[in-house]
Design a protein around this ligand. Structure first.
Ligand SMILES: Nc1nc2c(ncn2[C@@H]2O[C@H](COP(=O)(O)OP(=O)(O)O)[C@@H](O)[C@H]2O)c(=O)[nH]1
Ligand SMILES: [Mg+2]
Length: 362
């Protein structure tokens, strides 16, 4: 049987990684060998560290998005098939990336259509963010970032409302209808990675259906580039040492402090993610907007030494982002915790220059 490749796009914080995590566990239970691919402009990804706790093999493509590093994307697929014997590969592109149908799906069908089964392009949408967009509000995002979020939906084969546990069944139905009316070229589904609702249905569709990349969006690369460039991008890994520190509390305090700082400076958060690991335990914290969006899962508890990875995408200059993040980490450490930076990248994404771009459906 041909290996199947499933792409899960969607804006920052839509729930892509959570879906990959749960999907990998379900597929593994069903005796499928799973490979997962993460993607970012820079190494040290919280998503990669987190997915390494899921079932399946993980490969990170970093340094560039899939569309600008198409060969990195296909090499990761070939690696997972050759070395991990993967039968189903789920890949998560960068959350601020769009035009995937033209730059990934069409060339992939052309080059590998005979070798692999490509699933319909899934685009996840956070219900709150989408409702804001449909109501003509930008939830504080730069208009060019909203443009990216809309283009992502426009090119989807399947639009999936995520986090349905936050909605009533009536609200889900209402939102489905509005999406269907606005983007009639896609099928609309709804899932919750938290409760598992809708996951089997989505998996059945993406592991069986053949029509992939049936829509192409007309993307203005000037607006797209601007939408990406308004975000400062920071990836950092630090080693932290103290004596019997409560790292769950540290994680929560640090994220709350960052949320406050960004709010004070009116800088909209794309996402801020923090994972702290000690041995086989981890705590992961996520901000996908204001302080109410703070979500924390799992626990490290008390330990002396940990490794912390942080990824922040915030609407501000990267230099300022770095200063704020390092300042808040230093404050959170105080005099009791020593910190050593193991890796730090801070950047503003450059203009997307796709390896391939097809303006027709293969
Ligand atoms: N309530 C709820 N929160 C979710 C769900 N899926 C993801 N999240 C949260 O949304 C945030 C972003 O999730 P993540 O999977 O990292 O999104 P990504 O940026 O698209 O990969 C995290 O705080 C998750 O815990 C869900 O089904 N329900
Ligand atoms: Mg992710």
């Amino acid at each position: 049987m041909k290996a199947r490749i499933i792409l899960v796009g969607g804006f920052l914080g839509a729930g892509k990684t959570s879906l990959l995590f749960e999907a990998a566990n379900i597929l593994t239970k069903n005796r499928k060998r799973v490979g997962l691919i993460t993607n970012d402009q820079a190494p040290e990804l919280v998503d990669t560290t987190f997915l390494e706790y899921a079932n399946g093999a993980v490969k990170e493509v970093s340094g560039s998005c899939f569309c600008c590093n198409y060969n990195g994307f296909t090499d990761a697929i070939l690696y997972l098939i050759k070395n991990q014997d993967a039968e189903i590969i789920i890949a998560e592109p960068v959350g601020s990336c769009t035009d995937l149908s033209a730059t990934i799906l069409q060339p992939f069908k052309k080059h590998f259509g005979k070798d692999f089964a490509l699933a319909p392009l899934t685009v996840l949408v956070d219900p709150k963010r989408l409702s804001d967009i449909l109501n003509g509000s930008d939830s504080g995002l730069h208009p060019s970032a909203v443009y990216i979020a809309k283009k992502q939906i426009e090119e989807a084969d399947i639009i999936v409302i995520s986090k349905t546990d936050l909605l009533t069944p009536d609200e889900v139905e209402e939102l489905k209808k509005r999406i269907q009316k606005e983007w009639p070229g896609a099928e609309v589904l709804a899932i919750s990675s938290r409760t598992g609702e809708g996951l089997e249905n989505w998996l059945n569709i993406v592991t069986s259906r053949a029509e992939a990349g049936t829509n192409l969006a007309q993307v203005d690369y000037d607006i797209y580039a601007e939408g990406e460039a308004v975000l400062g991008w920071l990836n950092a890994t630090l080693e932290l040492k103290g004596s019997s520190v409560n790292w769950d509390r540290f994680n929560e305090n640090l994220l709350n402090a960052l949320s406050r700082r960004f709010e004070e400076s009116n800088s909209v958060i794309g996402h801020v993610k923090l994972i702290i690991e000690a041995g086989n335990n981890y705590v992961i914290g996520n901000l996908t907007g204001n302080k109410e969006s703070l979500s924390i899962r799992r626990s490290v508890g008390i330990a002396d030494e940990v490794v912390m990875t942080m990824n922040a995408r915030v609407q501000m200059e990267p230099e300022r982002l770095e200063k704020i993040v390092l300042g808040e980490i230093a404050d959170a450490c105080g005099t009791d915790i020593t910190s050593k930076v193991l890796a730090l990248t801070c950047l503003r994404p450059g203009r997307p220059k796709p390896t391939y771009r097809y303006n027709y459906i293969v």
